[in-house]
Ligand binder design. Structure first.
Ligand SMILES: [Zn+2]
Length: 134
């Protein structure tokens, strides 16, 4: 029972300090999968700077020491940036051109592979002709 009270207080503090609730590491913004992590692993320390929303996987990884706490804080704060109009930055727009960019990259790579194959075929043909001429 006491544990529940403590965790609900940390949730309230985190929700006030970090209104854009998403995993600080991967950015998943599904509230049911998010924990409020105590970065110093002291569950009594509900100072906003000690709290971060993390998904279950990243909560576990942070608790295991696989991510430096300073990096988690930097990432956490990055998700809370606001635009000039005083609204939270819409992070969904960050990926809006990703599909188009990936398509361009695929087409460039296919063209490069074709060019390499053509060049190689031409070289082999020249070498064959060169040998034939000797
Ligand atoms: Zn995550």
């Amino acid at each position: 029972m006491a544990r529940r009270k403590r965790s609900s207080k940390s949730v309230k503090v985190a929700e006030e300090a970090y209104p854009y609730a998403c995993c600080a590491v991967c950015g998943i913004a599904l509230r049911p999968v998010l924990d409020v992590a105590h970065l110093d692993q002291d569950s009594a320390n509900d100072a906003p700077d000690n709290l971060a929303f993390l998904c279950k996987t990243h909560h576990w990884m942070v608790d295991c020491g696989l991510y430096p706490i300073d990096a988690v804080k930097l990432l956490r704060d990055n998700w809370q940036r606001w635009n000039d109009a005083g609204k939270p930055i819409d992070h969904s727009l960050r990926m809006k051109d990703a599909g188009e960019k990936a398509g361009k990259t695929r087409r460039r790579r296919a063209a490069a592979r074709k060019a390499v194959a053509t060049r190689k075929a031409n070289q082999e043909e020249e070498e064959a002709q060169g040998r034939g001429g000797d």
